[in-house]
Design a protein around this ligand. Structure first.
Ligand code: URA
Length: 482
């Protein structure tokens, strides 16, 4: 028998869970379901009501994946989500850790796209002031790629708690009156958004933080894609600032003054576009409060990356170990000591590079008084990936080196064989230059001294290559895609 399931375009996790409860309680397989998105009537029978008393359970990692994926616009998210749920419950409980499974891999890429969209929304919403009977109302128009308004809105409550605001999108609106966050239907796109004062604030702010020495037009358009420009007051400045950048690097003499009356307003604006060092400190503070996955519970603290904000070289490990969890700093335990020695043998000063991890909490199994390292699974890597993305966005390094397979997965979004990919420059999917090498703890696990020495020499060689690449001209190195 075939059943038809209807979802609205922007169906939420609750709608999906209640459908899944009906279908699972009657053991209806994915092959017996046809999903219809939108309003067209289905020719197939509707699902029966759930069996009374049937309680639907799912692993936490699946529920977290669902929460992200449901916001994606792709219509196949519904059958894919049900397919994975069905298989988790019918003999494949480890399915989510099989990144090579086509359905899991597609869902992970949807979740990543949703995270990036939320990040873009946090970065590119601009409020325009309007007079209203009860005071100033701040209005923003934004066109996200996915259904992320509900997920992104709490960030603005945090940042603009004292303002009355509305964020309108083609899919719906979020509004805040100083007390309550409410969601409503879509509003038509306003014809005119400009507010002279706020527009000027943004322009001044952008001119001030614009660092001509870091101009990379390709990177700028990737991070601030042109489709967002039309709603950004400061975007009008970009072509002129880029054109003037070279001269400003030479003279550094035309940095604009910030008119004092704007300075206070700027302080009220959102934090992500503060000076990079402050923004990194703010990000670190935000990550310290991260509760996005269960790993925070047994861990002592978030272990965020460390190093100078203008580092050109970033190293990404897997996750903090026992010593790092206690110290709150990456790579300070046994693996960190090997890493430090190899950096020094490769002629790299650790103080000049940025060192971080794919996952920011220590995952372990308690065994007596000991805590034994346990590999993070892909959903943990995926969830934590948004911190790594934000670190890299702020640092904008020349080269990102993955130490081991977990870091390579976090950066590439797929499984990579370290031994096959090490030793050659590649490009990560975000366009950054990259390199893969082994994780230093791999060297610690080698049984005999001979193998240890050989592998250590290869590791140092890879680090020297990293140093060479950031000193070399981009064109001179053949880059293959990750
Ligand atoms: N292993 C890692 O991957 N990171 C650390 O910070 C320590 C050990």
């Amino acid at each position: 028998m075939m059943y038809g399931v209807h979802f609205t375009d922007d169906a939420d996790g609750e709608a999906f869970r209640s459908m899944a409860r009906c279908a699972l309680s009657h053991a209806i397989s994915p092959q017996e379901l046809t999903f219809v998105v939108g309003r067209s009537p289905s020719l197939f029978a509707p699902l029966p009501a759930p069996e009374p008393g049937y309680a639907m359970t799912a692993p936490r990692a699946y529920l977290e994946l669902l929460q992200d994926v449901i916001c994606h616009r792709a219509e196949d998210r519904f059958p894919l989500l049900y397919d994975v749920l069905w298989r988790l419950k019918h003999g494949e409980p480890e399915l989510l850790s099989r990144a090579s499974d086509p359905a899991v891999s597609k869902l992970s890429s949807y979740a990543g796209a949703v995270h990036r969209d939320i990040h873009k929304m946090h970065a590119f919403v601009r409020f325009h002031r309007r007079q209203s009977g009860s005071g100033d109302l701040y209005f923003a128009w934004f066109e996200p790629q996915h259904f992320v308004l509900r997920r992104a809105a709490p960030f603005f409550v945090d940042r603009f708690a004292s303002m009355n605001w509305i964020i309108a999108t083609p899919d719906g609106t979020a509004s805040w009156d100083g007390r309550e966050l409410a969601f409503g239907p879509a509003l038509p796109k306003p014809e005119k958004l400009e507010d002279e004062v706020l527009g000027e604030v943004w322009q001044t702010y952008y001119r001030t933080i614009f660092n001509p020495a870091r101009v990379n037009p390709q990177m700028m358009t990737r991070e601030m894609p042109k489709k967002y420009w039309r709603n950004l007051p400061e975007a009008a400045l970009i072509p002129g600032l880029v054109a003037k950048a070279q001269r400003r690097i030479e003279t550094m003499d035309d940095m604009p003054d910030v008119p004092p009356r704007f300075a206070e307003k700027i302080a009220l604006q959102r934090k992500p576009e503060m000076a990079p060092a402050d923004a990194l400190a703010a990000l670190r503070a935000e990550a310290a409060r991260c509760r996005a996955c269960p790993l925070h519970r047994p861990a002592t603290q978030t272990v965020f990356g460390e190093g100078p904000v203008d580092a050109r070289l970033v190293f990404v490990g897997e996750q903090p170990g026992d010593s790092e969890d206690i110290a709150g700093r990456p790579f300070v335990g046994p693996a960190g000591q090997v890493f430090d020695r190899a950096l020094s043998d490769a002629g790299i000063d650790r103080a000049g590079v940025y060192v971080t991890n794919a996952v920011k909490h220590f995952k372990f199994e308690p065994r007596g008084k000991r805590r034994i390292h346990s590999k993070p699974d892909i959903s943990e890597v995926r969830i934590c990936g948004s911190w790594l993305t934000q670190e890299l966005d702020l640092l904008n390094p020349d080269l990102v080196v993955a130490l081991g397979a977990t870091a390579a997965h976090a950066l590439s979004g797929r499984n990579m064989a370290v031994t096959k990919t090490r030793g050659a420059e590649l490009k990560w999917p975000d366009g950054r230059r990259g390199l893969v090498t082994v994780h230093p703890s791999f060297l610690l696990r080698l049984p005999d001294k001979g193998a240890q020495e050989t592998e250590y020499a290869k590791f140092v060689h890879d680090l020297k290559l990293a140093a060479f690449l950031i000193g070399s001209k981009r064109e001179s190195v053949h880059a293959k895609a990750a």
